[in-house]
Design a protein around this ligand. Structure first.
Ligand code: ZN
Length: 254
């Protein structure tokens, strides 16, 4: 579902997001009636507003480099900015990628100054008032910023790893290694979530990241093959249209 546009970027919400919203509202209502419902919905909307800001960080930096951004899609597992193209210049991909978590750390810094760091973090209590609300947001942004920097491709950390590798090797190889490191970490993360913390949702998230990493690697591979194909076609077309030299180019005889 489309919401509104921000500097030409369509903000869209996946339908499953509303299931999450309904679930949170219901849980809040059962917990403490209207105040619980408002707190649940309010914190969820605030949290996803930060997700949008994170994606806008990526998007505005990409637009700065002349890359079109079609939309930002919100899903229960997070947000996704859809670019027309991912730059192959490692330095640009690095800046675009870093801009997302940078937004989260900026929010953390602003809230830290405004309301202070939550006492007893990470096991802090967040009272249902303005300070508790702001500190909860600080907590989430800190987690969001750090989690995204874990080098699990195609999350931000994995993209940073690829960009760094791509300065030393071919783009496809860099993607392969970043995706491979990401898959190993995703499996480890998924197993840890499942066996140690018994959190199914996190395990599913890691499974999704594993799959997304493989898909993006294949996309890069496909594009690489297509590029090579078109280069060959163009070379043939060029060879066919340009008549072969009739005579040897004049040369100075010695
Ligand atoms: Zn990001």
């Amino acid at each position: 579902m489309n919401l509104f546009r921000i500097r030409g970027i369509q903000l869209a919400v996946h339908f499953s997001f509303f299931l999450l919203l309904a679930f949170v509202a219901q849980a809040g209502w059962q917990d403490s009636g209207w105040p619980g419902l408002l707190w649940g919905v309010g914190t969820l909307v605030a949290f996803f507003s930060c997700v949008v800001l994170h994606e806008l960080g990526h998007s505005f930096t990409a637009m700065h480099f002349g890359i079109g951004v079609r939309r930002i899609l919100l899903m229960p597992i997070g947000g996704m900015a859809e670019f027309d193209d991912i730059p192959r210049q490692p330095s640009r991909e690095l800046l675009i990628t870093l801009a997302g978590p940078a937004v989260n750390f900026l929010i953390v810094a602003v809230l830290w100054v405004a309301v202070g760091f939550p006492a007893g973090w990470p096991q802090a209590d967040y009272p249902a008032n303005a300070t508790g609300f702001a500190q909860l947001l600080l907590h989430w942004n800190l987690i969001m910023g750090c989690f995204n920097l874990v080098p699990v491709f195609p999350m931000d950390g994995g993209r940073i790893l690829r960009a760094l590798l791509a300065t030393r090797m071919q783009y496809l190889r860099a993607t392969f290694w970043a995706a491979s490191v990401g898959k190993v970490l995703a499996v480890l993360g998924g197993l840890t979530a499942l066996l140690l913390f018994h959190t199914w949702l996190t395990a599913v998230l890691f499974a999704f990241i594993f799959y997304a990493g493989e898909m993006e690697y294949r996309a890069v591979q496909r594009r690489e093959i297509e590029d090579a194909h078109w280069r060959a076609v163009l070379a043939r077309a060029y060879a066919a249209t340009v008549p072969p030299p009739v005579a040897e180019p004049p040369m100075l005889r010695q």
